[in-house]
Design a binder for this molecule. Structure first.
Ligand SMILES: [Zn+2]
Length: 164
């Protein structure tokens, strides 16, 4: 499936309460792949649209798959099971967040253009979900190696997203 097939009108999907699911190779998600130790495996995702009684549009999003990160203690590969579940409130261009949603933590409001590249959206969600300092539960620091625990760039992105 080409990138084109993943660019859809997501608000129309929600309005019609349709479902979209697919599996993509991790290597096809360049920004995510560049943060991984090995860009191998697949991610499966599903968008389920929903239109509530007031006409508000939502999608429930699920993303699953195993990603190979680098343990920040022993520096060996670490398989992390991605399991993102998020509910998005879909806003049209320029549309404000409804007042009753401002204090609602159940859904993240997101403003969309007419067409949305689903791969970019799931890539953002997975990058936000990555552990900041991935580590095995039990492993040893290699002799002489320092552990760098500087703030990850993902923490910055996470803060930006939190203000939507
Ligand atoms: Zn380790």
């Amino acid at each position: 499936m080409s990138q084109e097939g993943f660019t859809i009108d997501l608000r129309a999907l929600a309005r019609d309460e349709r479902n979209f699911q697919a599996t993509v190779p991790v290597a096809a998600l360049a920004r995510l792949a560049s943060t991984l130790m090995q860009p191998v495996g697949n991610l499966s995702f599903e968008f389920q649209g929903e239109r509530d009684d007031e006409g508000k549009l939502y999608v429930d999003l699920q993303i699953q798959g195993d990603l190979v990160l680098q343990c920040q203690r022993c520096l060996e590969a670490l398989t992390w099971s991605c399991d993102v579940q998020n509910r998005l409130l879909l806003l049209g261009p320029g549309e404000q967040v409804p007042e009753d949603e401002l204090e609602n933590d159940d859904a993240d409001a997101i403003e969309l253009e007419a067409r949305t590249n689903l791969l970019e959206l799931i890539e953002d969600e997975v990058i936000l979900a990555l552990p900041i300092v991935p580590r095995h539960e039990n492993c040893e620091t290699p002799a002489g190696a320092g552990v760098d625990e500087d703030i990850s760039p993902f923490a910055v992105l996470r803060n930006l997203r939190g203000k939507v």
